[in-house]
Design a protein around this ligand. Structure first.
Ligand SMILES: Cc1cc2nc3c(=O)[nH]c(=O)nc-3n(C[C@H](O)[C@H](O)[C@H](O)COP(=O)(O)O)c2cc1C
Length: 224
């Protein structure tokens, strides 16, 4: 039975450990094409998606291992992920989800080295066999950047329906030049994020993470 949209929304969560079970290009293609129905302001459809699977993914991962070894700091970033001095309550929520994740991983706050080492798993797509990179034209403005989210969440829900797990990954903003070169993105395009796609490793403790949400009245107000 097909998952309802309500269930897909409720069940989707970020998965950070995958099995090596492959994902067919046909499935990737069918989901990523269906997600092109996502809305965008003025229908400008600013997303440009590059998919990695199979042999190209293997080559990309091998290249990343070399680059992480030779340049552990990564490349200059092209955008800031968060504002400088992220304020409360946002910084508290960010901190909390991080602490909850490291608790599941058994990594203490003081163990900066272990945390950094774990974060490098981002650059292995957390072991996922497939992934994508989402680019946008450098001319675009915040409204078009928000359209990228429309596409990405639509795709994540459709993957959920197919029994596939995902994790959106801004962490890839550390490697914009390497990625653009590898996928052949033209200079006018800028990397936003990646997405790991595959089958969840149900044994991995990190995948037990269920992120919290702020009380609904913080985000939602019915005007009286
Ligand atoms: C655009 C975007 C980028 C993200 N980047 C990363 C990332 O680089 N690494 C990571 O582990 N999680 C990343 N996440 C996952 C978020 O941490 C996660 O969505 C949030 O904590 C809520 O948890 P949930 O997705 O399980 O509901 C990203 C999510 C989004 C939407």
């Amino acid at each position: 039975m097909t998952l309802s949209v309500t269930d897909a929304v409720a069940q989707r969560k970020s998965i950070r450990a995958f099995t090596d079970q492959p994902v067919d290009n046909e499935v990737l293609s069918s989901v990523l094409k269906a997600a092109l129905r996502a809305p965008s302001g003025g229908n400008v459809q600013p997303w440009r998606i590059f998919v990695l699977n199979g042999d190209p993914m293997a080559r990309f991962k091998a290249q990343m291992e070399d680059q992480m070894a030779t340049n552990p700091m990564g490349e200059p970033t092209q955008y800031e992920i968060y504002p400088q001095g992220l304020k409360a309550p946002y910084r508290d929520w960010r901190f909390e989800v991080g602490e909850d994740m490291y608790a599941l991983l058994g990594i203490a706050r003081e163990d900066k080295m272990a945390r950094l080492t774990w974060l490098q798993n981002n650059y292995r797509f957390f072991g996922a066999p497939a992934g994508l990179f989402c680019f946008i034209d450098r001319d675009m403005l915040p409204p078009q950047w928000s359209d990228l989210g429309m596409y990405l969440q639509t795709a994540m829900l459709l993957f959920q329906e197919r029994g596939l797990a995902t994790c959106a990954q801004e962490a890839w903003s550390r490697w914009p030049e390497t990625i653009a070169k590898f996928v052949g993105a033209p200079n006018e395009m800028m990397l936003f994020c990646g997405m790991a796609i595959g089958h969840a490793d149900t044994q991995a403790p990190v995948n037990r993470l269920v992120s919290k949400r702020a009380p609904q009245d913080v985000a939602l107000s019915f005007v009286e």
